[in-house]
Write a protein that binds this ligand. Structure first.
Ligand SMILES: [Mg+2]
Length: 352
């Protein structure tokens, strides 16, 4: 079951990125029927074996991070930074990297030759660092790698964030998103209510947002709870006003969490009811509009980790560029996890 969750997380994250990228530049809610029409078109991918949708920077960076963790068996900041940089300079235009991150990669490679790994990101935006969602969009492999070890998860989420996004909101966003994936890995459908899931995230944020200028995640999580508990489902415009769906980490991470929790609370739109639970989360998250590929990829990572890969349609494996890589990396991260557990139990046997 755990392998299914690892693969589900990686594949649904990829799907959210690839599908969401179609609507990224619209900056308005996406109609359910538009998404259902796209899903219908994807079905032909299995017959033609033709990849129809490209992934973007979210998946590219997540896969580079995952490759580094698999190759090294641990987090090596210099290797992650050089992998990020190398792929950035080789990437085709349809990866759609944000405009400011080029500056970080140029400094990392040319100015410091990877001797100062965290300096370039901390110098961004007059020394404030970026609070964009780029740190959280790629963090799910950290959750898979650290499964069962929350302390390590928070440490590596922060380190991986700081390579490009040094603002506290970007760092906390990476920790929150990775923790949501970890909670999803550690629980199953029927074993946890949406409110219990929400409470675990709130407990984490209460711990993280102590000495911060503004408790952005605390406020947005409180709003999410209120919106889900309401009798009438909030309109996407109201959600946009109250929580947001933009490029700030605090908005995109909370939008992804909201989409997942809405489905867990069984409050997803009836228009999507013909789809599997994972698909419903991915499509509902993209329907919110805004930074759709990033919200889609993060919502997908959580939903896939919760429901596993059984609910994913087989044609998704053919429809998206990078699907084999996603599955392969998830399998290798799962093997690492199994090995770590074997090592721990052998050590305990020797000690007893
Ligand atoms: Mg993107």
């Amino acid at each position: 079951m755990l392998l299914s969750k690892f693969k589900g997380s990686a594949l649904a994250a990829l799907a959210g990125d690839c599908i969401g990228a179609r609507y990224e530049s619209m900056w308005r809610p996406v109609a359910y029927q538009t998404l259902l029409n796209l899903e219908e078109n994807l079905k032909s991918a299995e017959k033609t074996s033709r990849r129809s949708l490209h992934y973007t920077d979210d998946t590219e960076m997540a896969h580079e991070l995952a490759k580094s963790l698999v190759e090294n068996g641990k987090f090596v900041a210099k290797d992650v930074a050089s992998k990020f940089t190398e792929t950035f300079f080789e990437s085709p235009p349809y990866r759609y990297y944000g405009p400011h991150v080029r500056n970080v990669f140029e400094k990392l490679e040319k100015a410091s030759r990877f001797s100062d790994l965290f300096g370039p990101a901390s110098e961004q935006f007059d020394g404030q660092g970026s609070y964009g969602n780029g740190s959280a969009m790629r963090v799910f492999p950290v959750a898979l790698f650290c499964h069962g070890n929350q302390e390590l998860l928070e440490k590596l989420a922060a380190l991986s964030a700081k390579l490009t996004h040094a603002h506290i909101d970007a760092i906390n966003g990476a920790k929150l998103q990775a923790s949501a994936v970890e909670i999803a890995l550690s629980s199953s459908d029927g074993s946890i209510s949406w409110l219990e899931f929400w409470q675990k995230l709130k407990d984490l944020i209460d711990k993280l947002e102590v000495d911060v200028p503004e408790k952005v995640y605390t406020n947005k999580l409180d709003m999410i709870k209120e919106l889900i508990a309401r009798e009438e489902v909030a309109s996407v415009h109201e959600f946009e006003d109250e929580v947001g769906t933009g490029i700030k980490a605090s908005e995109a991470v909370c939008a992804a969490i909201y989409a997942f929790l809405m489905c867990l609370a069984d409050r997803q739109p009836s228009e999507l009811s013909s789809l599997s639970k994972v698909q419903q989360v991915v499509f509902y998250s993209i329907s919110l509009g805004g930074d759709t590929d990033t919200i889609g990829t993060m919502a997908g990572a959580i939903a896939g980790a919760f429901y596993g890969d059984e609910g994913l349609p087989s044609y998704w494996l053919y429809a998206f560029e990078g699907a084999e890589m996603a599955r392969d990396l998830a399998t290798k991260l799962h093997e690492l996890n199994e090995k770590k557990n074997r090592d721990i139990s052998q050590k305990q046997c020797r000690l007893s």
